[in-house]
Design a binder for this molecule. Structure first.
Ligand code: RIB
Ligand code: CA
Length: 315
């Protein structure tokens, strides 16, 4: 069983990723850090709290993450993609207000599961960077990191070269990539291929398999409608964050290369993920190599997504 501490900013694909993680029989979510990103941190927190309540998993610690990037800039949100509240047309009941635990709980969880904890980051990396600033000695006890971010030799999704999570706080992304060990990066190269179609959603919502089923179709349709504006002709919507969680348990899902990775911080290249793909490249002795996913086994992804999202919570 993979112990997961999840950093997120729900957001539609984050929400689907949370559902996926809570339904997955091999993923044990031992904490969730909610941060700004797709929506303000308060809204992200209420969305997490809503999903945990639906699942009857209010026992999972919900920890307050960052409300903005390390630079102190004003954050730009994306209601046109994720909806005004972050769940497309769905508004969590007003009675559900996420009660946040102090950030120190992150370090308590790392100590509790030292050597076996996987941190999965599917949002802006500010909160995770803060963990390295506040408690680097604890971070050495994390088993590994799976990070959704970056775009390698493919177009970005917020600028011509930058992916949203790295662009949202490039200082934090660079800081984490300079300090974390055993890092797997799941970039746009593979996540834009992880398309779920309306037909797949029809299939996974044909019966009420679990408490999330009624939410899936409306939030997916909102997200897919937004994506078809962004990518004309796209038949479905990309599950960036689901794919990142799926990679934790499914070793055959994507193919990787090992490379050192940095993130550009300034000007037109802000948020761009950089490595060396020249044919004769060899690592320098000082290079810290990251596993970078470059190719997706699409059939495997869809099959796994359908299987997990149609589980009952007690499967
Ligand atoms: O670029 C994709 C990432 O940005 C995902 O984590 C998604 O939630 C969006 O915020
Ligand atoms: Ca996200």
């Amino acid at each position: 069983m993979n112990k997961i501490l999840l950093f997120c900013d729900p957001g539609i694909d984050d929400s689907l990723a949370i559902m996926y993680a809570l339904l997955h029989p091999d993923l044990d979510v031992v904490g969730i850090v909610s941060s700004y990103g797709n929506v303000p941190q308060e809204q992200a927190t209420n969305n997490v709290a809503y999903l945990l309540k639906l699942a009857g998993r209010e026992d999972i610690p919900l920890i307050g993450g960052a409300k903005g990037p390390l630079s102190g800039e004003i954050t730009v949100y994306y209601p046109e993609i994720h909806g005004p509240e972050g769940l497309g047309p769905i508004r969590p009941p007003e009675t559900i207000v996420g009660e946040l635990l102090n950030y120190n709980r992150v370090f308590e969880i790392i100590e509790q599961y030292k050597g076996e904890l996987t941190i999965v980051e599917i949002g802006r990396m500010t909160s995770l960077a803060i963990a390295f600033i506040l408690g680097e000695e604890h971070m050495k006890k994390v088993k590994d990191y799976f990070i959704m971010g970056g775009a390698f030799l493919v177009p970005g999704n917020v600028t011509p070269v930058a992916e949203a999570n790295f662009y949202g706080d490039p200082i934090a992304a660079n800081l984490v990539l300079s300090k974390a060990t055993n890092v797997t990066i799941i970039p746009l190269n593979v996540t834009t291929e992880a398309i779920v179609t309306s037909e797949v959603v029809d299939y996974i919502t044909q019966f009420q398999f679990n408490p999330f089923t009624p939410l899936i179709e409306p939030i997916f349709e909102f997200y897919a409608d937004a994506y078809v504006e962004l990518v004309p002709g796209l038949n479905g919507a990309p599950m960036h964050d689901v794919l990142t969680l799926s990679a934790v348990t499914n070793r055959d899902l994507v193919q990787y290369v090992m490379r050192p990775v940095t993130v550009q911080i300034l000007a037109e290249t802000r948020g761009q993920s950089v490595t060396d793909f020249r044919p004769g490249w060899e690592p320098e002795p000082t290079d810290v190599l990251r596993r970078v996913a470059l190719e997706l086994n699409y059939q495997f992804f869809v099959h796994d997504f359908v299987e997990v999202m149609t589980k009952s919570l007690r499967d």
